[in-house]
Design a protein around this ligand. Structure first.
Ligand SMILES: [Zn+2]
Length: 263
């Protein structure tokens, strides 16, 4: 089942679905990932020892539920979180726009995307951003068997570990806003104390135009919000500079998810 953070968003989504634009929450568009066996041989090579420090490991945040949808509402900060997939040129453009505005973002990478573009892991971390796990193939994880779902989580975790020295700071389930209790348990078994949801859906994966992406975010964002966005879409690239300007005008600072929740 698709879940939306509020009625307005749900109505917009229904409209988009009627137009045939909506594929799934946290879009499957641009998806890699023809279903098929996870190929162990497709994993990128190990990072040479000593090349860079290991990325931070996941950590349990005291006082937070297993599934986190937003941070504290009393501080002027937000987290922009991206589904990591699609043309790396759009990813680089989004990261560059964020960095120009001194914003930090969180990228939940799909494992098969890292297989195709292993350099993106380091690019994200080198920009001061956070990197996490968005499953190996971006299947509808809540509907998979226990073994299949666990393999989707650990498949991506292994890629991240090889590339960065860490399984990534966060796990976000694929094709759903919220994880089932089973998927939460499997994420914890794989080493992620929390599952990262969101409370603001940009719906950028429906390609509604940059102005609509900006409206979808600015209409519902508030202090502590976690915003769902996607690499791989031109609208998102176009929306980033004006969106970041509007956040600055509201004095909402875009920080990593860990900073949102811990400082
Ligand atoms: Zn996604």
């Amino acid at each position: 089942m698709l879940c939306y953070p509020d009625r307005r968003t749900a109505l917009r989504a229904v409209t988009a679905a009627a137009a045939g634009a909506l594929t799934a929450a946290c879009g499957t568009g641009g998806g890699p990932a023809a279903p098929g066996p996870v190929r162990a041989t497709a994993a990128p090579p190990a990072r040479p020892a000593g090349q860079a420090p290991a990325a931070p490991a996941p950590r349990r945040i005291p006082g937070q539920p297993v599934e986190i949808a937003h941070g504290p509402r009393d501080r002027p900060r937000v987290a922009l979180t991206f589904h990591g997939n699609g043309d790396p040129a759009t990813a680089r453009a989004v990261l560059a726009a964020a960095e120009k505005a001194r914003a930090r973002v969180t990228v939940l990478a799909i494992g098969s995307w890292l297989d195709e573009h292993p350099d993106m892991a380091r690019r994200i971390l080198d920009g001061g951003h956070e990197l996490g796990n968005h499953t190996q193939r971006h299947l509808a994880i809540n509907g998979l068997s226990e073994a299949e779902a666990y393999a989707e989580i650990t498949g991506c975790a292994q890629r991240l570990k090889r590339l960065t020295g860490s399984i990534g700071t966060w796990f976000r389930p694929s094709q759903t806003q919220y994880a089932t209790p089973l998927v939460r348990t499997l994420a914890q078994r794989a080493g992620y104390p929390h599952v990262l949801s969101y409370d603001v859906d940009s719906l950028d994966f429906t390609s509604p135009g940059a102005a609509a992406v900006i409206r979808n975010v600015t209409g519902t964002i508030r202090p502590g919000s976690v915003v769902s966005l996607h690499f791989g879409y031109a609208d998102t690239v176009d929306a980033m500079p004006p969106l970041l300007e509007e956040l600055a005008r509201r004095e909402l600072r875009a920080v990593t998810t860990t900073e949102l929740l811990t400082s």
